[in-house]
Design a protein around this ligand. Structure first.
Ligand code: SF4
Length: 415
């Protein structure tokens, strides 16, 4: 974990018609031949990622996407891939040529607005044809962030980079991420983290949510004690004063809740991430849908990355089993992973999403938006597991608005 994780980087996608010079532009920005650039239209066939430190902006992940209006048979599929990439972009750089604003550009600009990505318009190949003042004025009515470029002008790279970084900084949303857990701890406070070391734990390291939670404690001048679930009771008994917060893996929440004295706040890593990456209140409200499920309902368990499923896999085995046991219903539970999040969510009654530690906040918010537009309840692993284990009130207690949203929804469902 020597690099900033992908989910923590500003994600900037380059979009446009084929052969507008997106890949050349990315190569000019990064100073590398990361993206295959050629005068042949349609050279980029899938999303190419390139991470870099773009000072003073910080860690950025660039996404070079396949161009629109690709006349090959694969054109529509490639366009769909490019639009999928838009969901995770904080900034969409739309690369165009002077005077060329048509349906493709209109579609991309509209999709960027729907995904709430800021729009930066770059008129490329300005050395071949400079944009007219009228064209620039038309673009500024679409987005205030407009720039001219000559991607093949290597000698002009420094001057272009200065202008590009200034435009990107102006377009990029200010960091609005909620805190991970720092706000739950007073300065000098103590968090106890409960980390099972079982078959699912990766060899020799902690997983990303655990590492990030520990780092956030340190950033907030708090201390951290890390224990396995069997050691929690003894660890709490050894402390001179109770900790300010206990954070556990969702799979041991029942035991952690039993071993943590009432009055000590307790939550799970996954619940912390549902706030950090998404919207905890709406996901707590979504969890109440568990109480409304009926026999035959379809439930989607969505994981944001791929891994080899183990014997007692959390998403594929445990959650479906707990869900059926809790509701006593014959439910149709399906799973999806990585980018296979279905476009048609309306067929499901409930989506249970993983902690999304590998996604950036923009993509998770777009997944929430798609569920809301389809009228489908959405929650996450941590909240759902707490409901299924009968400790939802306990693990949501540190978040009063979320607790209230869940209790209200559950009451309506039961009544
Ligand atoms: S499945 Fe979700 S929570 Fe688990 S590692 Fe992947 S992104 Fe993170």
């Amino acid at each position: 974990m020597s690099q900033t994780p992908k989910g923590q980087r500003l994600q900037v996608g380059l979009f446009g018609r084929v052969n507008t010079g997106k890949s050349s532009l990315l190569n000019l920005i990064t100073g590398q031949d990361a993206a295959l650039a050629s005068p042949q239209p349609g050279t980029t066939t899938d999303v190419v990622e390139q991470a870099m430190e773009l000072l003073p902006l910080g860690p950025v992940l660039f996404l070079d996407t396949a161009g629109f209006e690709d006349s090959s048979g694969l054109g529509p599929a490639r366009e769909a891939r490019s639009l999928l990439a838009l969901r995770r972009c904080d900034v969409a750089v739309l690369v165009i040529e002077a005077g060329a604003w048509g349906q493709a550009e209109e579609r991309l600009a509209q999709a960027a607005r729907e995904c709430k990505a800021a729009l930066l318009l770059v008129v490329n190949k300005a050395d071949q044809q400079a944009p007219s003042p009228e064209f620039l004025q038309r673009l500024r009515a679409i987005s205030p962030h407009v720039l001219s470029a000559s991607a093949l002008d290597i000698a002009g790279r420094d001057a272009f980079l200065t202008r590009f970084k200034a435009s990107l900084a102006a377009a990029a949303p200010q960091a609005l991420e909620p805190p991970l857990l720092g706000d739950l701890l007073p300065a000098g406070g103590l968090a106890v983290m409960v980390v099972p070391i079982d078959l699912q734990a990766p060899k020799g390291r902690l997983i990303l949510p655990q590492v990030q939670a520990i780092r956030d404690c340190l950033d907030n001048d708090a201390s951290v004690m890390v224990v396995k679930e069997r050691e929690l009771s003894a660890a709490l008994a050894s402390l001179k004063r109770p900790p300010d917060l206990v954070v556990c893996d969702s799979q041991v929440v029942l035991k952690a809740a039993a071993d943590t004295p009432p009055g000590v706040k307790l939550t799970t890593f996954s619940i912390l991430f549902s706030r950090f990456k998404g919207d905890l209140v709406s996901m707590a409200r979504g969890a109440a849908a568990i109480h409304r499920l009926k026999a035959g309902d379809r439930v989607l368990v969505a994981e944001a990355c791929t891994h080899h499923a183990l014997e007692d896999d959390i998403g594929r085995v445990k959650i479906p089993r707990w869900l059926r046991r809790f509701t006593g219903l014959d439910l149709r539970v399906e799973t999806c992973s990585h980018h296979d999040y279905p476009a048609d969510l309306a067929q499901f009654k409930l989506v249970i999403h993983c902690g999304a530690c590998m996604l950036n906040r923009r993509e998770m918010l777009n997944r929430l938006r798609l569920a809301e537009e389809a009228g489908v309840a959405i929650t996450n692993y941590g909240i759902a597991i707490s409901v299924l284990q009968g400790v939802a009130e306990r693990s949501l207690e540190p978040f009063p608005a979320a607790l209230q949203a869940y209790q209200k929804g559950a009451l309506q469902a039961k009544g």
